[in-house]
Design a protein around this ligand. Structure first.
Ligand SMILES: *Cc1c(COP(=O)(O)O)cnc(C)c1O
Length: 371
């Protein structure tokens, strides 16, 4: 199967093969393997080991996002959420349900938040000590660049929390260059192309002490993850982890580095994105996002208005031809998302586009442009 979805993404056979063995997380050989990963993860985030730390937690992306919100925003604290997409809506919900107050800075979901609007909102809301943003908005494919919004947050004397889950490892980001950043979170899957199963937070060590006691949850307390490592070693775990997924992540990092790290991966994804966007337009689809706001992770197009169109029928027919597509959309009007990330190349995109053409013909969908 070819996965053309924004997660879980296609992985390489060498990465999947790491899952085949029974291993114990507390075995000394695996402890060494894990301990060696932690500075590598900090390096991928552009941090300096010693000054910045990697804090892994088993689980999905939402779990590491909630952990970061709980750890860095004190109970009863208020954060401003840059809310211009469906994944930002999720972040706001995670914060509210964890008992934090949210000030929403809403914006259209087809373009990045303007720095001027963020500056004005921060001036209006001195109670917001933190700003949380979704870097690559998985609902539409736009990018809120922390290298653009971070300086606004720094100038206002606030702290930044980045949900970098969908673009981390491909989009340029160096935590050492963003001193206003309290934490950046991402997962083992998506652009790092490991197996799903782990979330990672990278944070400045100096910020952790001030956050002691914030989380209100033992499992999700990133300060406790750090304390435990200081007491028991960087290869230790508090609870039973998805150990095979972690071993596979080590292999995924080898492959990432061999591809040229962030620059190499971004170049491949941008090529995938260009082929995808141009190919979908050539088939008659209308992109949801204007070319100047189109990020490299996801291409979103309007669903056709043709009376023969049926999203579920289309998706199932694509699956029967070996291509898995996302089964939902977050926009107000019906759209569909095509992922450009994972262990896929231009040739895979071209193959998928030819299947899209076949399925549309079989369904008799002639009118494919937005109304
Ligand atoms: C994938 C993703 C998540 C996490 O999703 P999970 O299903 O919880 O792993 C969070 N934020 C963004 C922006 C994402 O793309």
């Amino acid at each position: 199967m070819l996965l053309l979805i924004p997660g879980p993404v296609q992985t390489r056979p060498e990465v999947r093969a790491c899952m085949a063995e029974d291993i114990a997380p507390w075995d000394e050989d695996f402890r060494d393997e894990y301990a060696a990963m932690r500075p590598r993860i900090v390096a991928i985030a552009g941090g300096n080991w010693g000054e910045h730390v990697s804090l892994p937690l088993p689980g999905c992306g939402h779990m590491i996002i909630e952990s970061a919100l709980r750890t860095f925003v004190p109970p009863g604290g208020t954060l401003l959420v840059v809310q211009n997409g469906g994944y930002a809506d999720r972040l706001a919900r995670l914060a509210r349900e964890a008992g934090r107050s949210v000030v929403s800075l809403h914006g259209p979901d087809n373009r990045p938040m303007e720095p001027e609007r963020l500056a004005a909102a921060l001036a209006e809301h001195p109670e917001c000590a933190h700003v949380a943003l979704v870097v690559s908005e998985t609902g539409t494919g736009i990018v809120n660049d922390p290298n653009v919004l971070g300086p606004v947050i720094a100038a206002a004397g606030r702290r930044m929390i980045c949900d970098a889950v969908s673009g981390f490892g491909a989009l340029p980001f160096r935590i050492a260059d963003r001193p206003e950043c309290d934490v950046v979170v991402f997962t083992s899957n998506k652009c790092l192309e490991g197996m799903p199963g782990f979330g990672f937070a990278v944070a400045p060590v100096a910020r952790l002490e001030a956050c002691r006691g914030n989380a209100g949850s033992w499992v999700m307390d990133l300060v406790d993850v750090h304390d435990h490592a200081l007491r028991n070693g960087w290869g230790s775990f508090r609870f039973t982890p998805a150990v095979q997924a972690l071993r596979a992540f080590g292999k995924a990092m080898d492959i990432y580095e061999a591809e040229g790290g962030q620059e190499g991966r971004l170049a491949r994804y941008m090529r995938n994105r260009d082929v995808m966007r141009e190919g979908l337009q050539a088939l008659g689809f209308t992109p949801y996002v204007a070319p100047e706001h189109q990020g490299p992770i996801i291409v979103n197009v309007f669903q056709p208005v043709d009376p023969n169109w049926n999203f579920t029928k289309f998706r199932v027919a694509m699956k029967n031809k070996g291509v898995i597509l996302s089964d939902f959309y977050t926009t107000d009007v019906p759209t569909m998302r095509f992922g450009c990330i994972g262990a896929i190349a231009e040739s895979d995109i071209r193959l998928a586009l030819s299947k899209v053409a076949d399925v549309l013909d079989e369904m008799g969908v002639g009118a494919r442009a937005a109304a």
